[in-house]
Ligand binder design. Structure first.
Ligand SMILES: [Zn+2]
Length: 97
């Protein structure tokens, strides 16, 4: 297995040999082209299940929440690990996705 896809920060191998990827994409301002905040999500490449998503900025109060985000990221990694331990879906062959 060579390089990971862009933005993947953690990866968990599932029972079915797929991966659960934790992806840090950031949140970009369309207007300024600059980074507004961070958003991390986890998804399984075997069954396409979304494991969860955490955002560093609270959009309702417009507040940046680094501590909430770090806790959320830890939770997300645990959830990704837990899914990887039980998911038996196999990844689609190359190019089929
Ligand atoms: Zn899965």
């Amino acid at each position: 297995m060579s390089g990971w896809p862009l933005h993947v920060v953690s990866r968990y191998l599932t029972v079915g040999t797929a991966t659960v990827d934790v992806i840090d994409t950031g949140i970009w301002s369309m207007m300024k082209g600059s980074l507004l905040g961070r958003s991390v999500s986890a998804a399984c490449t075997g069954c396409d299940q979304e494991i969860g998503e955490k955002t560093r900025r609270d959009w309702y109060s417009d507040q940046d929440q680094p501590e909430v985000f770090e806790d959320g990221l830890r939770e997300l990694r645990k959830a990704a690990q837990a899914h990887a331990e039980v998911c038996r879906a196999m990844p689609a062959p190359d190019g089929a996705r």
